[in-house]
Design a protein around this ligand. Structure first.
Ligand code: FMN
Length: 366
């Protein structure tokens, strides 16, 4: 029999100006169903299914420019047409009372040439190539050799983030999350395993974090710091993006974020990486250092999320795969109900329904 409980995870939380009904957040999830980089009506249905009063939803990563793309059918935010297409999606989410942030993304060297305008090389902090990766379906992903950005080109990319933030706000989003993790462009600048530059964007921590700091400042200037979050994965080693001192790196970025008054910090747990999972509460120093809302993600279930909030380790917990497969995840947690299982094979397929909007809801309560 189902039991109804109010647990720490399900208590209200005030994140800056936003009154959240509980601590369960939809993590950003690329679903490759925005054909031609334009949001679609089925995207509105998918997000509206997960919306409810006071829930924070973070939309999938949106490319900040044509060159920022690394996967098929990802939405973008560089054109007026893309802004117009996002509006009904945002309206559908707001109609159900949810708070909607949008993630801004540049994949950098994690991009096959097919996604680059005129077949050009993808840009990065380096010209070192990403080794081939085995995809979830067993196929091998080959990345194109990147082109090291010239120093004077970097402000243009910062500006792409700024314009995308402005476009997100014009589309009606409540705020934006800067994707500064998982081995994508900002991570490629921050981490010393990849960044081999000799200009003011390479070398010491200050220099390696300069691009991140400039993007965060530009986006805060555009959207207001109270509407900006930053996602970081200091311990991750995706696509070869590693750092020799992840603690120092993240604390440095956190200093920048505190200085600007960034609303929230969204951190991915090291347990998502093979060698780090043994160390519990690894993010505690960052939780203590950050002055705003602290959100954790990665491998959480209901019980672990409850513990994290109860201990004060996190204010909010973002759920990826569980929320993907359970459109009513917070309600299922409240009723301690059985969860739908996620189907990995449809994570990144392009069907507008299958594995996307067809995950069942709970029966309604009597
Ligand atoms: C299908 C899929 C798409 C994802 N897309 C993104 C994305 O667009 N941006 C991002 O920062 N992380 C992305 N991630 C990572 C998730 O946000 C999250 O960190 C990961 O799923 C671990 O959390 P979980 O254990 O709750 O699923 C994606 C993960 C999955 C499974």
């Amino acid at each position: 029999m189902e039991t109804k409980t109010t647990t720490p995870l399900l208590t209200p939380y005030k994140m800056g100006d936003f009154n959240l009904a509980h601590r369960v957040v939809l993590a950003p999830l690329t679903r490759c169903r925005s054909y031609g980089n334009i949001a679609q009506p089925h995207n509105a249905l998918y997000y509206a299914q997960r919306a409810a009063p006071g829930v924070l939803l973070i939309a999938e990563a949106c490319a900040v420019s044509e060159a920022a793309r690394g996967y098929p059918h990802v939405p973008g935010l560089w054109s007026q047409e893309q802004v117009e297409a996002w509006r009904p999606v945002v309206d559908a989410v707001h109609a159900k009372g949810a708070v909607f942030f949008c993630q801004l993304w540049h994949t950098g060297r994690v991009s096959p040439t097919e996604f680059q305008p005129n077949g050009q090389a993808p840009v990065s902090s380096t010209d070192k190539q990403v080794p081939p990766e085995v995809a979830h379906d067993g196929s091998v992903l080959e990345f194109a050799p990147p082109r090291r950005l010239e120093t004077e080109e970097i402000p243009h990319i910062v500006n792409d983030f700024r314009v995308a933030a402005r476009n997100a706000m014009r589309a009606g989003f409540d705020g934006v999350e800067i994707h500064a993790g998982n081995g994508y462009l900002i991570d490629q600048f921050m981490k010393d395993g990849v960044n081999d530059r000799t200009d003011e964007y390479g070398g010491g921590l200050d220099n390696r974090c300069r691009f991140a700091a400039e993007v965060i400042a530009a986006v805060c200037h555009e959207a207001g710091a109270g509407r900006v979050g930053v996602r970081l994965s200091p311990f991750a080693d995706y696509v070869d993006c590693v750092d020799s001192d992840p603690e120092a790196l993240a604390l440095h970025v956190m200093g920048v974020m505190n200085g600007l008054g960034v609303l929230y910090c969204h951190m991915i747990e090291p347990r998502m990486c093979v060698n780090e999972w043994m160390i519990p509460r690894r993010l505690l120093p960052f939780r203590k250092a950050f002055k705003g809302t602290f959100m954790v993600n990665g491998g959480y279930d209901r019980e672990e999320g409850d513990k994290a909030v109860a201990e004060g380790y996190a204010d909010l917990v973002a759920y990826g795969r569980l929320f993907l497969a359970n459109p009513d995840l917070p309600e299922r947690f409240r009723r301690n109900a059985v969860l739908n299982k996620y189907d990995r094979s449809t994570f990144y397929t392009s069907d507008p329904v299958v594995g996307y909007t067809d995950y069942p809801f709970l029966e309604t309560e009597d």
